[in-house]
Design a protein around this ligand. Structure first.
Ligand code: TEU
Ligand code: CA
Length: 549
């Protein structure tokens, strides 16, 4: 038995909503707060506890709400503050919780702080952002944006460049400036005082910059993220200050999104005595296969790499730190398309992956649509894509000579719009997502894959999630029990135990082939199985089992 401190945020399960694509209530083709309200019973029925809602603040939507122009307003596309209050109440009335997305590494360039900041060198808001003179007629250094091109944009008004690690409409806030930090703490208090239950903090390891602004000479973009953009000298000081000033005064949870947080520094963010964050979404497994230029420059990887990462992170966290377990979110492909088999074994592999997410050690996070096994989408033309990352890199790669179709194949594997097509509620027009024209096309497989048919089928992926969620609640060993891997990394099966008040044995076949299974299961009861197979010592393709002793 471990001696891990008990906390509600370790025991509950997160479900991520990407509001734009969840449910439209008024026919403008854009998902909204009233749409979410109308589906709260659906989420309660599924059995999730904490809803993480991607940004719904006022935004010009250059990066779908991750570029915020007013942190105190709800974007009219999503509804009103009254709708928000009703949503929060609806969530709490059902015994669930709500965490909001906090995006304060950068704001929108349309935020009034930036509008002021750019006006003149001596504007009081000038040092809310990073402004630098150019060098030899070019930008101040060679830093690249996450979304392609230079991370510096020249503004003719004052003839200086400002830093934007994401799009040029997402200028980075200067956390060195105490006024910026206190403005952020005010934002936190505003939402916490409304009664929300915590925050998912966007790119939090990026908030402290290396002020020398030296050129980056790393071999790959991932190394640039880790060594140049993330984990800056004052990052822990700032997070700790935020904790002391605001967070510790509320019974809430915080989860930091962690690009560039490696297992070697993870505990600095989430060690239980650090006074920083409760947990992180590390992105190591999400960034697997990113080549020198990132996700659209892919390298091969396999399950032994995935398993190695999970095991190493578990060891690194030990009894002091905590992570969230997830295999997809709004930035990465559909889990069944990436890690499973979304054709022949879609249902089996979606259930097997659900078993893994809900039984590894950490707080599980389920992305909307995974509970019905939604898949990646392959559009014919770049015009059907909406994501700024995809569009920017399409332009960059095709201008270097890549054929459009070749790039679209990469998008089908790695692009963010794979997970941003509307939730497939039923088989009627636009899948019941909207009565109008959806802001992005649907995945054409919606007549087959949708919530309505899942709810009618006892063997659906939906009901398997529901069963697993109930089973997890009944067996706290999944939360607090130790984690030991029994299989070899190179095996095509993944076998691990969770040991606490009872012994739980999780058996997963992550391949398209039958696999031998010859572990001693004497004295164990088979509680969960994702398909009908009566042969004890053979695992069918993508089979998942949970035994208990
Ligand atoms: O993502 C940060 C991050 O690391 C991403 O850039 C990720 O590498 C990329 O999306 C993978 O394609 C967060 C948000 O989750 C993302 O939606 C935002 O676009 C980004 O920050 C900027 O706010
Ligand atoms: Ca709408």
């Amino acid at each position: 038995m471990t001696t891990i401190t008990k906390n509600w945020w370790k025991e509950e399960v997160i479900y991520q909503i990407y509001p734009r694509s969840f449910k439209d209530s008024n026919g403008d083709g854009i998902g909204d707060l009233r749409g979410i309200i109308s589906k709260l019973d659906y989420l309660k029925n599924l059995g999730v506890d904490i809803i993480w809602m991607s940004p719904v603040y006022e935004s010009p939507n250059d990066d779908n709400g991750y570029d915020i122009s007013d942190y105190y307003k709800i974007h009219p596309e999503f509804g009103t503050m009254e709708d928000f209050d009703e949503l929060l109440k609806g969530i709490h009335d059902r015994g669930m919780k709500l965490i909001m997305d906090l995006v304060v590494n950068h704001s929108s360039d349309e935020h009034e702080w930036f509008q002021e900041s750019r006006k003149s060198l001596d504007n009081p808001y000038r040092d809310y952002y990073y402004w630098k003179k150019g060098v030899n007629g070019g930008p101040p250094n060679n830093w690249k944006s996450f979304f392609g091109g230079s991370a510096w944009q020249k503004d003719d008004l004052t003839d200086e460049y400002y830093l934007h690690l994401f799009t040029k409409k997402q200028p980075d806030l200067n956390w060195e400036n105490e006024k910026v930090r206190h403005a952020v703490y005010d934002i936190l208090r505003f939402w916490l005082d409304k009664g929300i239950d915590g925050f998912r903090m966007d790119v939090i390891p990026l908030i402290s910059k290396r002020l020398e602004f030296a050129d980056a000479n790393e071999k790959s973009f991932n190394d640039v993220i880790e060594n140049i953009y993330s984990n800056g000298p004052k990052v822990h000081q700032y997070i700790n200050e935020m904790y002391e000033e605001v967070l510790k005064h509320y019974d809430i949870m915080t989860v930091g999104e962690g690009p560039g947080i490696s297992k070697d520094v993870g505990l600095k963010y989430v060690g239980h005595d650090r006074g920083e964050l409760n947990m992180i979404f590390h992105l190591d497994h999400m960034f697997l296969g990113s080549g020198p230029r990132g996700k659209f420059d892919p390298l091969p990887y396999d399950w032994s790499d995935i398993k190695a990462l999970f095991e190493e992170w578990d060891t690194a966290m030990g009894e002091s730190g905590w992570i969230s377990i997830f295999l997809d979110n709004h930035d990465f492909p559909r889990l069944v398309s990436r890690f499973g088999n979304d054709t022949e074994y879609r249902i089996e592999s979606a259930k097997m992956l659900a078993t893994m997410v809900l039984t590894l050690r950490g707080t599980p996070c389920i992305y909307q649509g995974s509970e019905i096994g939604m898949t990646n989408v392959d559009f014919d033309t770049i015009d059907d894509y909406r994501d700024i990352e995809t569009i920017n890199f399409f332009n960059e790669f095709t201008s270097e000579g890549m054929q459009p179709r070749e790039f679209l194949d990469l998008v089908y594997r790695h692009g963010r719009d794979n997970v941003r097509t509307p939730i497939q509620w039923d088989s009627t027009a636009h899948s019941g997502f909207t009565n109008g024209q959806p802001w992005i096309k649907l995945n054409p497989n919606y007549p087959d894959i949708n919530v309505e048919s899942a709810l009618k089928d006892d063997n659906s992926i939906f009901y398997f999630y529901k069963q697993l969620l109930e089973y997890r609640k009944a067996h706290p060993t999944f939360v607090y029990g130790a984690f030991h891997v029994l299989s070899q990394r190179t095996d095509d099966i993944y076998v691990y135990e969770r040991k606490g008040e009872e012994d739980l044995l999780v058996v997963l076949n992550h391949s398209n082939e039958r696999q031998e299974f010859n572990y001693d299961i004497n004295g164990y009861a088979l509680d969960i199985q994702n398909l009908e197979n009566k042969i004890d010592n053979v695992l069918l393709p993508w089979e998942a089992r949970i035994y208990r002793k």
